[in-house]
Design a protein around this ligand. Structure first.
Ligand SMILES: Nc1ncnc2c1ncn2[C@@H]1O[C@H](COP(=O)(O)OP(=O)(O)OP(=O)(O)O)[C@@H](O)[C@H]1O
Ligand SMILES: [Mg+2]
Length: 270
């Protein structure tokens, strides 16, 4: 028993002392789609080895925000931003910051599983091959490690060269997570990764997220408040392009500081 107490103390201390590393620091971020002001003066620190949930009603800017974190937003015409997003101390909007460099550090998993029209193996090997890895043994190892990491290996190890379309939706989503792990990212962005999945697959992906946070920092957009409460350490509540409240998940759900957060989490709107 004594040992448990000691363990708990050492586990809690660094955070209580504010020693967790900040991965992303967003400062006065604004974003416009043409005339539409979609993100308004966002300030948000995202911490290492935590799961950060982003919640809020449809259209409040959740996807816009996470697509900004890996600069995917640049693909949309007429987007303009101001402010800064520091990733590991460097502003990702700096002209000298190559987007390819950022994307090797920051992987993304989307709402709908989107495997490439290739075999299971080739899906996972895709990123490493782009990075110039050709050696079959090395690729085999990466594929196995990534599929194990995504809790999919046992289900697919005998059919690695089958087409990915033959997997169930939940398996396809875990394949997309494996594809993301294969590039050994630092951060994983997930935009409603379980909204197209059945409850059992959802549970598998949630368990996986809990395991992955030991090695990665995870930012997840979800409409499912139980999910945010179950799996995240911190939660940011977005409304009309603003961050209304950002706090430890337990605190935000038990004693929200803002009336609008309370209304949202109790289901009074959104
Ligand atoms: N490509 C785009 N061009 C113009 N406006 C856009 C574009 N993408 C999003 N918007 C607008 O920006 C706002 C935020 O959209 P966003 O997709 O970030 O919302 P969201 O919080 O992810 O919503 P949902 O929960 O429905 O996915 C919305 O008003 C939306 O209409
Ligand atoms: Mg969205």
């Amino acid at each position: 028993m004594g040992l448990t107490i000691v363990k708990e103390q050492t586990a809690v201390k660094p955070e209580a002392m504010g020693k967790k590393n900040v991965v992303y620091r967003t400062n006065e971020l604004n974003l416009w789609y043409g005339e539409h002001h979609a993100l308004k003066n966002i300030h948000l620190d995202i911490y290492e080895n935590e799961v950060t949930a982003i919640i809020g009603p449809s259209g409040c800017g959740k996807s816009t925000y996470i697509k900004t974190l890996n600069r995917m937003i640049e693909l949309v015409p007429n987007v303009r931003t101001s402010g800064e997003i520091m990733y590991r101390g460097r502003n990702i909007f700096d002209k000298s910051y190559r987007v390819e460099e950022l994307r090797t550090q920051v992987g993304m998993v989307f709402q709908k599983p989107n495997p490439f029209p290739k075999s299971i193996y080739d899906n996972v090997a895709y990123g490493p091959r782009i990075h110039g890895i050709r050696d079959k043994k090395t690729l085999d190892e990466i594929v196995e490690k990534s599929l194990r990491g995504a809790a999919l290996w046992d289900e697919v190890k005998d059919r690695l060269h089958d087409h990915a379309n033959g997997l169930s939706g939940g398996q396809q989503q875990r394949l997309c997570i494996a594809r993301c792990l294969a590039i050994e990212p630092d951060v994983i962005l997930m935009d409603e990764p379980t909204s197209a999945l059945d409850p059992i697959s959802t549970l598998k992906v949630e368990e996986l997220i809990e395991e992955l946070k030991e090695r990665y920092s995870i930012i997840i957009v979800t409409h499912n408040m139980q999910q945010a409460a179950r799996i995240s350490d911190k939660t940011a509540f977005f409304l009309n392009g603003e961050v209304v409240e950002y706090a430890d998940t337990n605190q935000l759900f038990s004693t929200p500081a803002d009336k609008r957060t309370e209304d949202y989490i109790t289901g009074r709107f959104g």
